[in-house]
Design a protein. Sequence first.
Length: 195
Amino acid sequence: MRTIVWACMLTAVAMLCLTGCSTAPKSTTGRTDLDASVRHTIDVARRTDPGIQGFIDSSAGYAVFPGVGKGAVAVGGAFGRGELIQGGKMVGYCSLTQASVGAALGGQKYSELIFFETPQALDKFKSGDYTFSAQASAVALKSGASANAKYADGVAVFTMGEEGLMVEASVGGQKFSFQPVAVAQNVPMQSVPTP
């Protein structure tokens, strides 16, 4: 039994390392699909809680991960790919990885939005080596949730399930990578439409 647990642990860590190395989608189709998913996630977030627009408007920038997949069989892990938006424009791609060890079984998929309060907090994220502390928490997005949400250590994190359904997700220990759009695809930045 111990051998199986160790094998599962090593496999999970290896998968996180392999997928974590790929911040930007490799193909034009992948980038187009990700962009459409990010826009859809923002639209769903606005419909779920119109107050989220206050964070969109006042933050120095924000990252949107439309599909964070999380699973566990004794060893857990999560991976997601997203876009970073600054000044109403998509400025780069970001990826999220998370590993955990403990008694767990199952999986879930959710969206995650991270708002950066100041240019300094945003620059820290863009440095490419950014990690949430183990105590980091997220607000489950629902109608009115953003009214009481506060920044902690320069960030505010919201999670939601499919089509805006509320979902609780542990974000402590998440690690992020960032790749500027010019490096990833060498094309002009796209604007994100406002309502």
